[in-house]
Design a binder for this molecule. Sequence first.
Ligand SMILES: NC(=O)c1ccc[n+]([C@@H]2O[C@H](COP(=O)([O-])OP(=O)(O)OC[C@H]3O[C@@H](n4cnc5c(N)ncnc54)[C@H](O)[C@@H]3O)[C@@H](O)[C@H]2O)c1
Ligand SMILES: O=C(O)CC[C@@H](O)C(=O)O
Length: 386
Amino acid sequence: MYQYSCMNAISEVGLQKFTDQYTKTEVKEDADALLVRSAALHDMEFSDKLAAIARAGAGVNNIPLERCAEQGIVVFNTPGANANGVKEAVIAGLLLASRDLADGINWVKAESGNEDIAKLAEKEKKNFAGSEIKGKKLGIIGLGAIGILVANTAVHLGMEVYGYDPYISVDSAWNLSREITHITDVNDIYRECDYITIHVPLLESTKKMINEEAIAEMKDGVILLNYARDLLVDEEAVVKAVQSGKIRRYMSDFPNTTTAGVKNCIVTPHLGASTSESEDNCAVMAVKEVMDYLENGNINHSVNYPTCDMGKCKGVCRVAINHKNIKNMIGQFASVLGEADMNIANMANQSKGEYAYSLFDLDTQITDEVVEKLKNVQGVLRIRIL
Ligand SMILES: NC(=O)c1ccc[n+]([C@@H]2O[C@H](COP(=O)([O-])OP(=O)(O)OC[C@H]3O[C@@H](n4cnc5c(N)ncnc54)[C@H](O)[C@@H]3O)[C@@H](O)[C@H]2O)c1
Ligand SMILES: O=C(O)CC[C@@H](O)C(=O)O
């Protein structure tokens, strides 16, 4: 039996995928797996029982990835599962930034008791006039799951699209419309584009990548969209630029005291992935990842351990070892098993940065004594017998 705990509201459509081998617990220390959305886990202590954390979403900046890896806790995310939801929010953002629909709606609300509203509207509407996105240049920084969907949709809406992503995956490149201009120097995005949207993960290297210098390169009256993370942008510099008119509008999905309430900063309360479809997709994917890891030891879509998938165990038992990516680990594991007269029927070993993972299917049941010997190999972080 396994136990899981939810750190945020996770879609029931996903939770229903757990079989009767799983029960939900409110006691986090009892959980084999945690399911999380945006809850901040950096200050949380993790019990030795915890084997997996699944982020039902893309961004993992709320999770201490290295500390988890060091404790042998595999962290998963759900790449692409909410990308369409975010894409649609970004397209709405492009339109809301271009047409003064929000102020227009607020005006109608404020005048709702006015009997002359219809006549007055015809007089006042000039205050809410806007521009069209068709024919305008859109620069996209980050062409992953969300960036490519935004890029391809914007082409269909008649925009001239420029894309920048020095680390683009082969899959993304295949899925990108041929109409998109490939940019190799991000400054060309800043200099050329009427609209700029950012879709990169929040990492040390991307923090405040849109800063005062980047803004200075941009066209006067540019529209900046940020549905990725607020810390990617120096928002104090953005507010100054909005107030001076350098930036016509700043669209953000991350309310904070810097941007909330500032005229021409249109901020939504982190709604990018808040659709029933995205929530269901993320939860289903997260639950499947957790079950495959807990039951079979397979790792797919982890952000702190390598992908390693041997399907279901074909031997008598499977040994799953989370360990450091250092030399002679496999040699030492094989020696311990060989000395105990245990045949390895099948095995896999993969590494990612400083961490590695090995799976061994054995023809015989492993003993506690052999498990103890494997645990004592320097660099082993966790062993599970499945
Ligand atoms: N508003 C929301 O609710 C919401 C929902 C989902 C994701 N997000 C945010 O959006 C981000 C992107 O999501 P995704 O699903 O597209 O992720 P993804 O991993 O599929 O794509 C990210 C892309 O950014 C690229 N990249 C990394 N560093 C870069 C750099 N310095 N310059 C240019 N490109 C760079 C990568 O190569 C990758 O192609 C997430 O990390 C998350 O923070 C927000
Ligand atoms: O869970 C959410 O609602 C937000 C998810 C989003 O920020 C992500 O990074 O996937």
